[in-house]
Design a binder for this molecule. Structure first.
Ligand SMILES: Nc1ncnc2c1ncn2[C@@H]1O[C@H](COP(=O)(O)OP(=O)(O)O)[C@@H](O)[C@H]1O
Ligand SMILES: [Mg+2]
Length: 256
């Protein structure tokens, strides 16, 4: 559903991503790890279509269509959505209006906002004076309204207090259809075959893995996707030995 082939991206004079190959199939969630400055945010911004990220070579396909040079609004309409690490404040635009814009028409913002305890913020300007956790909840609300098929999350736990982490984690799990089915067997997640939503989540802490099982973990190091493995294994390896060693050792092991 998302297919990236040998992508090379420049930001100004700097080459920030090289030889990126990535495939996320329907119902899959991938976790992206990597040290600061390795290019994680740049990869998400490139998939979303920000024009300052110049695709020098390679291709991006989504739903079978070449979107390498498609404008950002077209990608959003096709079903790509993003939760930003540090989204801007938009003075003069109420959160309620933003939610309606994301939905492509008037929707019941109150009911949607209730799911992330955000009703009282609907009539405030987008992100104006919001705390870290409030910004994340606002981002999730917008994604819910958009009903995106591919969701890109840039460090969704950063700046969120312990109390709200579970709300953020469970909401992302729900958005990605990884929440338990309310029917017959509550202990089982919706089977992968029935899921269509796709996710790419950047995390440093790995807290998000406590709320949703991910299909693959990848490490972006110096602008290159250096390895693919089980996300928990990557997290443990980085915790024990650091990124440099992790990239070296995991790349020698096969995907588990
Ligand atoms: N506007 C910019 N101009 C020049 N370099 C930038 C700009 N924004 C980011 N970079 C650089 O691009 C590299 C990748 O940044 P980023 O994608 O934000 O990394 P990460 O999200 O992994 O921390 C970093 O070296 C960063 O300093
Ligand atoms: Mg970043």
């Amino acid at each position: 559903m998302l297919k990236i082939e040998d992508l090379q991206v420049r930001l100004g004079e700097k080459e920030i991503l090289t030889h990126i190959d990535l495939e996320i199939g329907p119902g899959e969630t991938h976790i992206l790890f990597g040290p600061n400055g390795s290019g994680k945010t740049s990869l998400l911004m490139t998939i979303m279509g920000y024009s300052q990220y110049e695709v020098v070579s390679g291709k991006i396909f989504f739903k079978g269509k070449d979107i390498t040079h498609a404008p950002i609004d077209e990608r959003a309409r096709m079903g790509i959505g993003m939760s930003y690490q540090r989204p801007p404040t938009i003075n003069g635009l109420k959160t309620r209006q933003m939610v309606n814009l994301c939905a492509g028409g008037e929707i019941d913002g109150e009911t949607l906002a209730k799911r992330v305890n955000f009703e009282e913020f609907l009539d405030r300007d987008v992100n104006a004076g919001f705390s870290g956790g409030e910004i994340k909840r606002s981002e999730l609300l917008q994604l819910m309204a958009q009903k995106a098929d591919l969701m890109l999350f840039d460090e969704p736990e950063s700046g969120v207090d312990m109390e709200n982490i579970s709300l953020v984690g469970n909401t992302i799990a729900e958005l990605l259809e990884k929440h338990p089915q309310p029917s017959r067997d509550r202990s089982k997640m919706q089977a992968k075959a029935n899921r269509t939503k796709m996710g790419l989540i950047i995390t440093h802490t790995g807290y998000i893995l406590d709320y949703l099982p991910a299909d693959k973990g990848q490490v972006l190091y110096n602008g290159k996707l250096s390895c693919v493995s089980n996300p928990r294994d990557i997290l443990n390896c980085v915790g024990d030995s650091g990124y440099k060693e992790c990239v070296r050792c995991i790349s020698m092991n096969s995907f588990s």
